[in-house]
Design a protein around this ligand. Sequence first.
Ligand code: NDP
Length: 338
Amino acid sequence: MTDRIVMSLEEVDALVRHALEANGASPVQARAVARIVTMAERDICESHGLFRVPGYVASLRSGKVDGKAVPVLSQPAPSVIAVDAKKGFAPLALETGLGPLADLAHETGVAALAVRRCHHFAALWPEVETLAEAGLVGLAVTAATPMVAPAGGTRPLYGTNPVAFAFPRDDQPPMAFDMASAAMARGDIMIHAREAEPVPEGVGIGPDGAPTTDPAAVLAGAQLPFGGYKGAAIALMVELLAGAVIGDLFSFEAGRGLKDGGPPEGGEFVLALDPARFGHGRDWVARAETLFAEIAAIEGTRLPGDRRIANRAKTARDGITAKAPLLAEIRSLAGEPT
Ligand code: NDP
């Protein structure tokens, strides 16, 4: 662990804000991104924590992202909230829309949020957890750039297209899963490439279309969906929800944009449901707990999200550990001594 440096969550948050503001982000955009990055570090989701900061900065420096964008909220239909991110980062646009989305879902039972023209680089569990903490069931999807081959194909077309889902619980954090529809998240393949470690079989194919465990070859070739055609169908659904339904880019269209190593332009679709408005009068939280207890009774199981929640206690106590070269790079981007 000699190449890792211990930091408090407050230090992580301050460093990210500093790096973004030093490169032209407004304090409010920088704060929203720093919050998301710090949450990822808090839960030890390294591929969406500090690792992403050089990319965020690159997209400010290239001018692709408007670091001073002010998201604009609208309500195009009685159950639909829309946020135009104005080409800023996704976290502030999501913060802008989630409160109104939750209010609407409590009122109508079902509501959707369309975040458009944002630059997304983060995990999706923060938004669905926010909804579940407000007593709602949340679902979120976003597309990306072409990285994943459709079933049977050898050329990338879909993004790694994550799906996140959260369900409220009694007196404890929500159950939430958040997963790429690719066999492995892009960030994890990049980390394997940086550390020259092979990826498992089934993660991707090289530029020649042949299966490979070389992460660099996968990055140059195509990732594969999880579960073959089943994961590919989920990736397709994500493209349709986050592209066609909300009126934003498909991954293959976003891939034509500026390649600066930062987050691509695209949208996010978020759905919120209030089970209390479904007219059955049953204690739906208790019903869910019955199912969770049945799962826990089977040896070897855990609920999705349990790893992250357990990590919170650890990082609150011990802080996080950041890789020294990455930290030096971010400090340099922030204009701080390394
Ligand atoms: P993982 O495969 O690591 O985990 C997927 C989900 O499965 C998590 O919710 C995880 O919970 C859960 N899980 C893992 N193991 C078990 C188990 N044994 N029992 C029950 N549940 C389990 O995630 P991915 O690598 O697919 O995705 C990582 C992140 O990348 C996601 O947050 C996703 O949003 C993000 N991403 C973002 C993109 C973007 O464009 N913005 C694109 C693609 C991905 P736990 O966390 O508790 O382990």
